[in-house]
Write a protein that binds this ligand. Structure first.
Ligand SMILES: C[S@@+](CC[C@H](N)C(=O)[O-])C[C@H]1O[C@@H](n2cnc3c(N)ncnc32)[C@H](O)[C@@H]1O
Length: 294
């Protein structure tokens, strides 16, 4: 696992001052920056790269990560995964990344690494940085793919990545920091964002008492990126049906913020009152964003 961090050390930077990071000792248990800050590598293979004040967020807890792992392993979101990977391949083609290059793909808010692992499988010789503020997520990330280096970091802080170092960034239902993305992308690099849209999981909203995705979410995301990133082409709608049994529905809700807002017993009762299998719609937009000057 430390070997994977060695593969991406050339893109990692000190979260405090942006200086380069290198292995700090012969047994490879720390990363040390050119300015002297030291960061321990956990025995599970991830490294926490946070500034002096530490992490302001904890991200998804272990229960949510386990639910995410179980739901995604059912393959229900395969069309989303394909869409993200396909867009990353297009980004690299458009940027003219050579066949024999080793492009770096960073997923921000990478969760269990399910999407990033699939994308790395779709791009020969690629290297992955899985970044998440959640420690339980990082433990999964470190095991998710032989080419994923797992980093605990806050997407809203200075990213622990060097300027102009990343070929493509993916963000799947996770926070977006346009200013930092613009800083770390290589010229020609782009961000691929998957954003849930109104009607996503629509059939479950009323019976389970979960709120719908607000209208205009993609437009707001594009407006927030203004000054740093601009859309490349039109957002692409990815919509498909899933047949979910009650266990799959329970894990779907368990991995989402709704899990925090409804009492577990109430949620269990509502799920038990559903048909044994339901047809549920998945809807999200894939948007590509690039630097205005590229
Ligand atoms: C909805 S999950 C999506 C996970 C993954 N992209 C997927 O779709 O399977 C959002 C992820 O973003 C992470 N996250 C939330 N706030 C974050 C922050 N400020 N910085 C980095 N990651 C964050 C959470 O821990 C969680 O893993």
């Amino acid at each position: 696992m430390v070997e994977v961090l060695a593969d991406i050390i050339d893109v990692l930077a000190d979260p405090i001052d942006g200086t380069d990071l290198a292995f700090g000792d012969s047994d490879c248990s720390t990363l040390k920056s050119a300015s002297g800050h030291s960061y321990d590598i956990a025995r599970q293979g991830y490294v926490t790269l946070a500034g002096g004040a530490g992490l302001r967020y904890t991200g998804d807890d272990a229960k949510m990560i386990t639910a995410r792992e179980e739901f995604l392993s059912g393959g229900h979101y395969a069309p989303f995964v394909e869409a993200v990977t396909g867009n990353v391949q297009d980004v690299l083609d458009d940027a003219g990344v050579a066949e024999d290059a080793s492009p770096v793909i960073c997923e921000v808010g990478a969760g269990t690494g399910y999407y990033l692992a699939h994308t790395l499988d779709g791009v020969a010789n690629s290297r992955g940085v899985g970044l998440d503020v959640s420690v339980p997520a990082a433990k999964h990330l470190a095991k998710s793919h032989p080419r994923v280096g797992a980093v605990v970091a806050d997407a809203w802080a200075r990213l622990p990545l060097r300027d102009n170092s990343i070929d493509a960034i993916t963000v799947v239902f996770a926070p977006r920091n346009a200013e930092e993305f613009a800083r770390v992308l290589k010229p020609g690099g782009q961000v691929v964002v998957l954003t849930a849209t109104t009607g996503h999981l629509g059939e479950l909203r009323e019976p389970l008492g979960i709120i719908d995705v607000e209208r205009g979410k993609v437009e707001r995301m594009i407006a927030q990126a203004e000054g740093h990133l601009v859309p490349v082409g039109d957002p692409e709608l990815v919509e498909f049906g899933m047949n979910l049994n009650q266990q799959a529905i329970a894990t779907q809700i368990g991995m989402s913020p709704s899990a925090r807002h409804i009492h577990p017993e109430v949620l269990q009762e509502r799920i038990a009152a559903l048909p044994t299998e339901m047809h549920v719609t998945a809807r999200a937009y894939v948007t590509r964003l690039g630097r205005p000057c590229d």
